[in-house]
Design a protein around this ligand. Structure first.
Ligand SMILES: [Zn+2]
Length: 273
């Protein structure tokens, strides 16, 4: 599932391709894809893309006349950009054709297809964005606010970091990387963190994500990609492999269908839990 660093790179690279382009045709190919606005997204016809932003795990395409298309790729969704003449595959659930002979397509090769889009005119009150916590790269993400969000939370840090209402944009993979960066165990309970550890964790969030954006950019340049680029990660997806810092085999714990990877040596549980 794409997370903040993936989406940041996609946002930047898509901007080069579709900003300033006018929509000539829209085809919604899966009923249920559109969560808000007309099911055929017809208001987009004739509109020009002004800007692409990101909020949490949503990409936001802003058009003329205050029209915004929110896209959440969920588990298997990816965006494809290329010639309109290129064959539309079965997995394509949305196809937007622009005036330069190119399409932007939402493709969901896996099952179930759960990607979602919303067409809204009031971004401030758009349903999927209302409950999101602060953006890790924004000045709103202060230590005070982070400490406040964690205060009294008897939940493990892994669960805290993937909670979109506390911090936006982090998923399973980058939660593991952030905790490794901070050298804190994913199984520590939030309420047991010392003020020093809390600050270390808070700093690790934007630092890890910024590092990941750079690593992905270095690999894709201005291209798009259709699967996560994660070969540079330190712990996530590396169960059993030697830790790149200390050589200890990376550990793995599965719960609620999600895997958590960590270094049992670098991220020792040093505080009572
Ligand atoms: Zn280690």
């Amino acid at each position: 599932m794409p997370e903040l660093p993936d989406l940041e790179v996609i946002r930047e690279n898509l901007t080069l391709r579709v900003a300033g382009r006018r929509v000539e045709k829209v085809e919604v190919r899966r009923p249920g894809l559109v969560q808000a606005g007309p099911a055929n997204l017809s208001p987009l016809l004739g509109q020009k893309v002004q800007k692409i932003h990101r909020r949490g795990k949503h990409l936001i395409f802003s058009f003329d006349e205050k029209l915004h298309l929110l896209v959440h790729l969920m588990r298997y969704g990816w965006l494809w950009h290329g010639a309109t003449t290129y064959e539309v595959t079965k997995a394509t659930t949305l196809c937007i054709s622009f005036d330069d002979g190119n399409d932007l397509r939402l493709i969901e090769p896996g099952s179930p297809q759960i990607a979602a889009v919303w067409l809204v005119d009031d971004l401030e009150n758009a349903e999927p964005l209302k409950k999101l916590g602060p953006e890790p790269f924004s000045p709103d993400f202060t230590l005070e606010r982070f400490a406040q969000a964690l205060r009294g939370k008897r939940r493990i840090l892994k669960k805290i970091l993937v909670d979109q209402s506390l911090v936006a944009g982090i998923g399973n993979a980058y939660a593991d990387e952030i905790l490794f960066w901070a050298r804190i165990s994913p199984f520590r309970y939030a309420h047991t963190l010392t003020p020093e550890e809390l600050e270390k964790l808070w700093r690790a969030i934007p630092e890890t994500l910024r590092w990941a954006v750079g690593e992905i950019k270095a690999r894709v340049g201005d291209g798009l990609f259709d699967k996560e680029i994660r070969d540079f990660l330190f712990v996530h997806g590396r169960a059993g492999a030697p830790c790149r810092v200390c050589g200890t085999p990376i550990g793995e714990v599965l719960f609620e269908g999600q895997r958590t990877n960590y270094c049992p040596n670098c991220q020792r549980v040093s505080q009572p839990v």
